[in-house]
Design a protein around this ligand. Structure first.
Ligand code: ADP
Ligand code: FRU
Length: 289
């Protein structure tokens, strides 16, 4: 199994499960509440760790009580935190999630008051030990330095980049990755009303990357070096109860499948199958039961 590092966020997710989605200014009672460790990079690692990989996380935490929830969960998943930077100031990024029990939709209000991860902290990591590094597409200035450093020091190391939210300058990171993992939100923001349109636009730039783009219940698409486009439908569980982290699970599925040497088309199908399973259970714990 592979040694994988992910660079990005850990969050505290406060999840209220509701029987129907409220409208503005309504008062509703949650049927249950959960406190979970979240964050795209750490969610992806939690899945990869359950798939048997040796995982490490690089990111920031605040020195405050809520960080304990995050540390405990990462510990439970055997995710190495030796490269984590703990800031004396701020608050761990916190998401207030309204989860609709009827369709699993998750509406997120996110609050962040924490410094981003710095290149200087990243330099403490020995990339020679790693087989794959996954980046969240955020904190563009510092992540540019990290990705460039890896390209220079370890040109054969596999690097993936999650491109979920449109952010200024994020496109400058694309040539530094081997695999780009796009979201529907990014595609729509850039005027692509179909995943295929975004992926063909990326392929036209001849960046020598493979890329995928998820599209919720419509499944996901991918494009290979030769410009061949593949599609997988979504795999619906008997009941969709929780879509929080579906994209992060899909990303873990892609990384795992490609590390196993599978072709892109099969990787895409298996990643969607895994993400579909996740939508049928609460959290990231019971997917493999
Ligand atoms: P995100 O969690 O980042 O918003 P998506 O909603 O695009 O990401 O979901 C990622 C993948 O998870 C999709 O490509 C699909 O394979 C799967 N998925 C999402 N929603 C569902 C659903 N309701 N039923 C089955 N699979 C789903
Ligand atoms: C799910 C997630 C949550 C987190 C939010 C941050 O993809 O990582 O766990 O609160 O997104 O944007």
């Amino acid at each position: 199994m592979a040694k994988i590092l992910a660079v990005g966020n850990a969050t505290l997710d406060i999840i209220n499960v509701v029987d129907d989605y409220p409208h503005e200014d309504q008062e509703v009672r949650a049927s249950s509440q959960q406190f979970r460790r979240g964050g795209n990079a750490c969610n992806t690692l939690a899945i990869l760790s359950q798939l048997g990989h040796q995982c490490s996380w690089a990111g920031t935490l605040a020195d405050e009580p809520d960080a304990a929830v995050i540390r405990a969960d990462l510990n439970k998943h055997h995710i190495n935190c030796s490269a984590v930077h703990t800031s004396p100031h701020g608050k761990v990024p916190t998401s207030y999630v309204t989860l609709n029990r009827l369709n699993g939709s998750r509406t997120i209000v996110h609050y962040r008051e924490l410094a981003e991860y710095h290149f200087n902290d990243f330099l403490r990591i020995d990339p020679g030990q790693l087989e794959w590094v996954h980046f969240e597409g955020r904190n563009i200035g510092e992540v540019t330095k990290m990705m460039s450093h890896l390209r220079q020091e370890q040109p054969d190391l596999m690097v993936s980049l999650e491109v979920e939210k449109p952010r200024e300058g994020i496109e400058s990171l694309f040539p530094l990755a081997d695999l780009l993992l796009f979201s529907k939100g990014y595609a729509l923001h850039h005027g692509h009303h179909h995943a295929k349109s975004l992926l063909q636009h990326i392929a036209a730039q001849k960046l020598e990357v493979t890329a995928s783009c998820t599209w919720g219940e419509r499944g996901a698409w991918a494009i290979d070096y030769a410009g061949r486009v593949f599609h997988t439908p979504a795999f619906s569980p008997p009941l969709v109860v929780d879509t929080l982290g579906a994209g992060d699970t899909f990303n873990a599925g892609m990384i795992d499948q490609l590390l196993r040497g599978h072709e892109l088309e099969l990787a895409l199908i298996e990643a969607a199958r895994l993400a579909g399973k996740k939508c049928g259970v609460y959290g990231l714990e019971n997917i493999f039961l």
